[in-house]
Write a protein that binds this ligand. Structure first.
Ligand code: ATP
Ligand code: MG
Length: 379
């Protein structure tokens, strides 16, 4: 259980769980589902607090992995750890795997067979491990990968995705009990990379726009906020929309009022509105500060990338021309403008990555780290 109270969304969770587990006669091996929603709108909370129990209630074994859990650990390792952890719960499955490797003897499993041997490029592939697990639990399994696009940032991560595709096809055959993949991510451009090209593991998987928290959440918030006067749900809903449906901004605004003991109950609503506006400004300001500190070429590269979306080809002649146009639109004269060539653009892209504005997949495809940056740039 979370230590901060959470607004439960059982209806949405149960609908989604039913769809995820549904066996469609028209698609013999469902690819999985992608849930996309902007940052900080409650994806992970929903997946952990609502979706996981809903799937379990429908008889599935859920393996959850957050590829952002530790940015210093390769995503493939995080995935393998999650699968090993589930394995570890089923001693019999571990024994079977150990036997398969020729490690015999009546000793307690796990002593002579280390679960570290499961993973990409290891003795036991993810497919083998998941297949044994499936036979053991005899239930459908759902692998939920939070921030799935992060798998694209390393070669081993991409290999894991292919391994999972193989595992899914194998486990969804009549020999086993089914495997569903659920991926979440905050950036549609990035998630799109996982499913748009034929050589990608999730080619054609449906991308579902994950619904943001609704008016019921706002009503719940108003009921639980505990300020010295009640907030009007209608007014808070308008603020919540402006805040991009990010619960934290409402929470932070409430906190800033909570410790003001002088506040008159009649002023609470107005002060709360002002506090939310402050939170929204502060959030946008932070990004703007970083953007304003960029060099002219970095800004030009960022703008062209933002405008091109998934069509962005960083080093093509036509794109280089676009950078030059963006530079002159920004008031750089032909003499003062920085040199625009592949090396300079490469350096600019690297700098943008270092500032966490731009994200690069292992195969050199680029996307905005956060799509809300597009609006900030336009403003
Ligand atoms: N149902 C909910 N009830 C109350 N608070 C919530 C709920 N869902 C999310 N929040 C709050 O909103 C914030 C963001 O939630 P969460 O981390 O789940 O979002 P996210 O979309 O996964 O974010 P990120 O893009 O960083 O991964 C957290 O502080 C969380 O406590
Ligand atoms: Mg999250």
């Amino acid at each position: 259980m979370a230590d901060t109270p959470i607004f439960p969304r059982p209806g949405l969770a149960s609908q989604l769980a039913a769809q995820i587990l549904h066996q469609s006669p028209t698609s013999s091996s469902p690819s999985g589902v992608f849930l996309a929603a902007p940052r900080r709108t409650g994806k992970s909370t929903f997946v952990r607090e609502d979706l996981r129990p809903a799937l379990q209630a429908k008889g599935a074994v859920v393996i959850y992995v957050d590829l952002w859990a530790d940015r210093h650990v390769d995503p493939s390792e995080l995935l393998a750890v999650a699968i090993r952890t589930e394995m570890g719960r089923h001693g019999h499955a571990v024994q079977k795997i150990a036997k398969g490797l020729g490690i015999s003897g009546g000793k307690v499993a796990g002593l002579e067979f280390s679960l570290d041997r499961i993973g990409i490029g290891k003795d036991v592939t993810l497919v083998q491990a998941l297949a044994v697990l499936s036979d053991e639990v005899k239930q459908p399994m759902v692998l939920v990968i939070d921030e799935a696009q992060h798998a694209l940032t390393s070669q081993a991560g991409m290999d894991s995705l292919f391994a999972l595709k193989a595992a899914r096809d194998e486990l969804n055959s009549s020999a086993h009990h089914g495997l569903r993949l659920v991926c979440t991510g905050s950036n549609r451009d990035k998630l799109a990379m996982l499913r748009s090209s034929k050589d990608q593991a999730f080619y054609g998987a449906p991308l579902v726009a994950f619904p943001h928290l609704d008016k019921d959440y706002v009503a719940w918030f108003c009921e639980h906020v505990g300020l010295s006067a009640e907030l009007a749900p209608e007014a808070v809903w308008a603020l919540f929309e402006k805040a991009g449906w990010r619960p934290e901004l409402l929470g932070a605004a409430a906190d800033s009022l909570r410790f003001d003991f002088q506040i008159q109950p009649a002023d609470v609503q107005e002060r709360f509105s002002a506090a939310v506006a402050e939170q929204i400004d502060a959030a946008a300001c932070e990004t703007l500060r970083v953007v304003h500190a960029l060099t002219p070429l970095q800004t030009a590269v960022l703008r062209v990338l933002a405008d091109s979306g998934t069509q962005y080809r960083p080093f093509e002649a036509a794109t280089l021309e676009k950078y030059r146009e963006a530079l002159s639109a920004a008031g750089e004269s032909a003499e003062s403008a920085p040199r625009v060539d592949v090396t300079a653009v490469q350096a600019a892209l690297q700098a943008l990555q270092d500032k966490s504005l731009v994200w690069r997949a292992a195969r050199g495809v680029y996307a905005l780290e956060d799509v809300s940056l597009r609006e900030v740039l336009a403003a």
